[in-house]
Every structure is written in C-alpha cells, then in structure tokens.
Design a binder for this molecule. Sequence first.
Ligand code: MG
Length: 379
Amino acid sequence: MREIVILGSTGSIGVQALEVIAANPEIFKVVALAAGGGNIPTLIAQAEKFGVKVIGVSQGGAQARELAQGIEVIDGPMAATEIASIPCDIVLNGITGSIGLGPTLAALAVGNKVALANKESLVAGGDLVSAFGLDRIIPVDSEHSALYQCFMAGSRGEVKRAILTASGGAFRDKQDLSSVTLAEALAHPTWSMGPVVTINSATLVNKGLEIIEAHYLFNLPYEQIDAVIHPQSVIHSMVEFVDGATIAQLSPPNMKGPIAYAMGTPHRTARATSAVDWTQPHSWTFAPIDESRFPAINLARHCGKLGGGLPAVFNAANEVAVASFMSGEIPFTSIIEVVAGTAAKLEALSGSIMRDLVDVSAIEEDARQVARSLVLEKR
Ligand code: MG
C-alpha cells in the first residue's frame, strides 16, 4: 500500500489524483490533504470519503474546524508545508504558483518523494530543489512525465536532445493577438486545466516554464531542450538519441496518466487512462513554434540561461501579468511585454545566489513590484 499526501487537493490535479486513488484502493491510501481554502466543503468531503485524519488549509481554518468532525485541521500560511512534512511514500504537489516551492522543499527535507505537478517549484527554486538530488522527484507535468519515460530508452550520455510538445494553446492559428478576450484565452483546445495554466498555455509561457523545468529536472543544458507545436496533444514529448532514433510517449490528453505514473512508479497503474484507439484513423502533426507571435519561449530560455534569480523573476512577473490580464487591466499581448520588461530591469539578479526560501521570496517580491509598475504604465 502506497501512502500518499496530496497538496492542492481541490484543484484540477488534486481532484484527478483522488479519482485515480479511488479507482485503485488496493494500491494507494491517502494520509493527508492540503488546499488553499477557497473550497472548504469539497476538501472536507474528500477527507471523509478517503478516511483522512489530517488536513491543512492556508485560509478558512475556522470554517474547516466547524465542518470537520474528527479530523485534525492545520491552518495558516505554513499549512501545506506542514502537511508536506508528514512522512509518507509520496507527496503529490498539485499547488499552482511559486507558493508550492516551500512545501516541495519541506517534503524533500524529511525524505519524502515528490510527485511534482508544481512546475514553479523548479522554476523559482531550481537550485534549492536540485540540491536534494533529483532521484526523489517524479514529474507530473505531462511533457516531463513523457521525457522521464523516454529517457529510459538509452543512457544519459546517448541523449542528443529532449523535445517538448506544445499544443499551441488557444491562439495557435490566430495571427493578431492584440484584442483577444479572457474568455477566448480560457478556451483551451485539448487540455482541461486551471485558469492560470490555461492562460499560460495561450501565451506559451507555460512551455517556457516547462523548458526551465526540464533543465533542472533532468540536468540538461538549454541547448539540448527544444519545443515543437503538436496540436493534437497525443505525443507528450520525445527524446532524440545520438544514433538518430527518437523515442516518444503517447496517450490521449488526460492528466490521469502522468498522475498515476508519478504516484505508482516504478509500477504502472492499470487503466489509469485510456490508450490510443488504433481501430480509428489518426493524423498527428508537428510544426515549429512561431517565435515572433510567441516570444515567451525565447524569453524563458534567455532567463533560464542567465540563471540565478532570473527564472524566479520570469515566473513572478508572469503571475502578476496574468492576474492583471484576468482582471482586465492589460491586454493579452501585454502579458509577455510586462514579463520581458521586468526581466530586463532585473537582469542583475542573474548573479544572485539563492540559499533558502527567504532569498527566493525577496527576488519574487522585487519582480512583482517591477511588474506591477509596468502594468500601471500600460493601463
Ligand atoms: Mg505541461
């Protein structure tokens, strides 16, 4: 029986993880849950359904205690970090945003494995996370789960490059992005995800974050990480080896596959997701990314190569810019302008060394302040 702790249990990844667990009660047992607190009744219902004895909420502790009968409630801003420190077989971190970094570090510090869906942990705190070694981190991001599986086809010295696939987001085929609306940006063609990730897919910032994530997760130089548009989102990523062979991992787009793989590895969980139906015809296409319409890729690569605090700046500035777009303050195309402007102003932070979470938070706060001032200029 594998004991699982889930962080972000009421979000998209958390809910799907619990569905995988509910379908496989002989393999997985939930020992603790944590959530932001925006949906306490759902969190309590999850805890009751899975017989969980301890939950964490960053907000809404009083309401949680009132509703939770016989369940210990940990509340406050450190709740997810405390829950992540509970000894278990694997902590699934499904938190969105760089607030997921503290819990990732806490889980690794006590020796837990981490099934990492929180890519910002690696983008904002890649050096801190990788200091624990990479062998206890199993990616949940579909592309990185695919790479993790494809890497097994050869030795590390035989890897030529990793190729991340990108659906292209909501505006893959749209030439003029200057007047797109929030509703249009939230309509993702192939994946059903939370709102911030969906906006990040439309700007391709998500792919930029994933390039940085791959750099830290697999200790690969940026020159060996490429991205390609693959609109059908069936081939989740590929690894090219020195002999010219390319190994791909494919399955219809559904996060339950990578979630189950990360929670169950090295074993595969039966029927985690549906397989490709070979009785039907399929056409899978690929195209290079139009970098003039989607400058996020080169910007992410630039920030990644500069290193130090710049990946954290890229992510924090984007969090501010996306929130400003969602509240109607700036147009869609200004999201990446704000991120680029922030990175340019704070380029000196590439020399900063991050020793702990406090250093990361300070850099993020600088980035947020600069990004907010740029948002005000653009309103
Ligand atoms: Mg992904």
